[in-house]
Unconditional design. Sequence first.
Length: 191
Amino acid sequence: MARLIMLPGLGGSGRNHWHTRWEGFEPTAMRLAPASWTAPDLRDWIAALDRAAAEAGEPLVLVAHSMACLLVAHWAKARPAAACGAVLVAPPDEASPRYPAEAASFAQAPAVPLPFPSLVVASADDAYCALPAARRLAGQWGAGFVDMGRLGHINAASGLGDWPEGWRLLSAFRAGLGAPPPQDGPVPDLR
């Protein structure tokens, strides 16, 4: 079965973020562990993802939020067989005036198709990426695209809690990859 690796963005997705909550839904899920969540360096984050992939020792499904979506694009270019899929939630637009200066090393993400199936999930009112820019990124990466409506940056500030719609989307994506849902561990109540 493909193992989930959670890739939070700048700041590292706190305990109220859906990303952190999802880690509890699947006991084998892993989390990226870079040297710094607030002073990110692309080379360090790539090395952290390399370590996580090596530790996983099995096919990976990457679940990235925000800046980590750009990490996936950089990482995948040199590692075409390292993952079997990626869900990329709320990627930031490098051309946006809100693009964080501390994420400068993540800019100029490759604008080429990812070497594995991928899905960009975006919001119609994301301050870091307008919907047309999110569609453009999906097209450049050869990814599917889902407009989730008005959810802001799809983060803890969006008040999504466990974000059941997102979990169902991830589950459907994994099923499309032929990855069965986990059989052990807690099952989230997604009513």
